[in-house]
Design a protein around this ligand. Structure first.
Ligand SMILES: [Zn+2]
Length: 122
């Protein structure tokens, strides 16, 4: 298992739904470590692995990269943080294939897409 420099298993255990770093894609965790280093500010993860059953129970289609452990949502306390994460993530297309910008979070995933990186808003 990849042991991230900047992220602890406890952070993943406390999420809803709870998960662990062992359920996360290695490429995603490597990319997140690199991104965290480049951004130079703390990352608060608000969502990571979510099971297919969890997604379906929430009325979602179950196609999210979260169901494969290939996505995280990171809290964005201000627009400067959002900008920094976005600009550094776009410099790393070898990791980040999907970037969704919400009002106070940013979704980052490493799921394969032919026209990556795909960037969207919520
Ligand atoms: Zn997400």
């Amino acid at each position: 298992m990849y042991e991230p420099r900047y992220f602890k298993d406890d952070e993943f255990r406390k999420l809803t739904p709870s998960c662990s770093i062992a359920q996360m894609d290695k490429n995603l965790m490597e990319g997140l470590d690199e991104l965290r280093e480049a951004v130079g500010m703390p990352f608060i993860i608000t969502s990571a692995y979510r099971s297919l059953d969890w997604e379906l129970a929430k009325g979602r289609p179950g196609t999210s990269a979260h169901t494969k452990g290939m996505a995280v949502d990171v809290s964005c306390p201000n627009s400067y943080f959002t900008r920094r994460v976005l600009e550094e993530a776009l410099k790393r297309p070898q990791y980040f294939k999907g970037i969704g910008v919400g009002k106070n979070f940013i979704h980052l995933d490493v799921m394969y897409r032919s026209f990556a990186p795909l960037v969207w808003g919520y």
